[in-house]
Write a protein that binds this ligand. Structure first.
Ligand SMILES: [Zn+2]
Length: 231
């Protein structure tokens, strides 16, 4: 009887949810370039591995998508994740080109911008599971804030290229309806921009293994909390 009650009350605890962790970008188009010249793909790979470890440590199952850098078709990523329960795309952020300045690093002139910093999270209203997508984005944002990180907020600025309205301002969640992986996902889906790698200080934080682990642990905690909820 007690077991039966537990099964009724905690069905998600009985069967571990599968989280697809998507490594944003691929070798031919590796995303943003950091203030010191490192491609975003490499940041995404490192963090995705840490998120995978953190999610597994909390009893979630995982699948890693695009780690080899050859997944050039975005819809192939969501198709590969069709059997999962949740899709998390891992990225690092840039800024609009008008904010870029230049500096010399390692004898190379490189663009940077120290204007913005922080994480942001995106969900699409075209995703078939918006409610859980948003609940998970909010839970991840809440856990990141709890771990000492700050939402960047600038993606809501009323300028070309931004204008992404807040879905949950406090936790740094925006609507980005036409983002391909979010709207083609057959599962709830969230895209994480972990930090702004064009920002010279934030780039160094994002390269720190200690910071990567703290981000990953927070993401794991947020996922565990939202995926165990019933909708
Ligand atoms: Zn990206």
């Amino acid at each position: 009887m007690r077991l039966l009650l537990a099964l009724v009350l905690f069905p998600a605890a009985v069967q571990a949810a599968v989280v697809a962790i998507d490594v944003g970008h691929f070798i031919e188009e590796p995303g943003a370039t950091s203030a010191r010249g490192r491609p975003e793909l490499e940041f995404n790979r490192d963090l995705a591995l840490d998120i995978e470890a953190a999610a597994r440590a909390r009893g979630l199952k995982t699948m890693l998508i695009g780690y080899d850098g050859f997944m050039s078709h975005l819809t192939g990523r969501t198709a590969a994740a069709a059997a999962a329960d949740f899709f998390l795309s891992v990225h690092h952020d840039s800024v609009q080109p008008q904010f870029l300045e230049s500096w010399e690093f390692d004898q190379v002139e490189r663009p940077f911008s120290d204007l913005h910093s922080g994480y942001s999270l995106f969900v699409s209203r075209k995703n078939p599971a918006l409610k859980r997508s948003l609940a998970c984005a909010s839970a991840i944002g809440e856990a990141l804030r709890g771990a000492g990180f700050t939402p960047s907020l600038y993606h809501a600025d009323p300028i070309p290229g931004e204008n992404k309205p807040f879905a949950d301002k406090k936790n740094g969640v925006h609507y980005y309806d036409n983002l391909i992986v979010l709207k083609t996902a057959r599962t709830p889906a969230v895209l994480l921009e972990a930090g702004v790698i064009l920002n010279r200080d934030e780039e160094m934080r994002m390269r720190s293994q200690e910071v990567q682990k703290r981000i990953a642990n927070a993401v794991g905690l947020g996922l565990e909390r939202c995926l165990s909820k019933r909708f």
